[in-house]
Design a protein around this ligand. Sequence first.
Ligand SMILES: Cc1cc2nc3c(=O)[nH]c(=O)nc-3n(C[C@H](O)[C@H](O)[C@H](O)COP(=O)(O)OP(=O)(O)OC[C@H]3O[C@@H](n4cnc5c(N)ncnc54)[C@H](O)[C@@H]3O)c2cc1C
Length: 231
Amino acid sequence: MAKKNLEVKLISIPNNLLDVIYTACRTCYSADGAIEIINTITNDSEKKLSLISKVISSGHYSTIEHIQVTFAINNISRAATHQLVRHRHMSFSQKSQRYVKEKGEIDYIIPPAIESNPELYKKFQKHMQDTANLYQFFIQNGVKNEDARSILPNATTSSMVVSLNLRELIHLANLRLCTRAQLEIRMVVKKMCALIEEKEPWLASYLVPKCEKLGYCNEDNSCGRMKTKNG
Ligand SMILES: Cc1cc2nc3c(=O)[nH]c(=O)nc-3n(C[C@H](O)[C@H](O)[C@H](O)COP(=O)(O)OP(=O)(O)OC[C@H]3O[C@@H](n4cnc5c(N)ncnc54)[C@H](O)[C@@H]3O)c2cc1C
């Protein structure tokens, strides 16, 4: 039984990302064909970014769907993976609880709200240890992994490879960087966005909570970052 910390690694992003989006944008508005546009593409990044930001602001989002990025994620709770897989334009490959038998211990993610209180932390650990013991007891008594897993907690760690296009990444950031989203998924998405921004700093202004995109908070109660529509 061991507490684990989230790890996120960017494993794939196109190295000609600006060229792809710029070509997609120009193809819509140019008499030239897409092949001529990519074959004669400018080296001027400012020029490319200027057109791209205009096109994105106008809601012409198909142009950014051509960019696919892939992440490897370790030590994410099953609670958070369940939230991530609700996003229907993402692709996932997740560690199976059918094919993979948990070892003698269960690795877990503990919410800071529990970890920070010694009494609550102790109870949490006991619950995880009791569950690990019962899981092993079931396995030793011939229960298959796929059935023994029914007692595993939401805190159990998982691992996944996640792919999504840039449009979906922006949408994911808008929803899951909002303080109304649970802390763990917020941290996962924050790390994903930070890794993308390291490669493409211009995307930082898009990878924001929805209130920054809307200019107001559309939740019932604002966290204070932005006022609600009615103040
Ligand atoms: C703070 C928070 C709390 C939540 N609480 C709950 C909860 O209590 N219970 C619960 O069940 N879920 C909850 N969710 C999940 C939420 O309802 C969505 O399922 C999840 O956020 C995925 O969002 P999405 O559908 O916009 O995104 P995606 O699935 O990523 O889709 C992106 C966009 O594509 C379009 N789209 C995709 N599929 C369709 C479709 N079939 N028809 C029309 N348009 C489509 C929509 O415009 C959508 O916004 C919560 C999410 C958040 C962020």
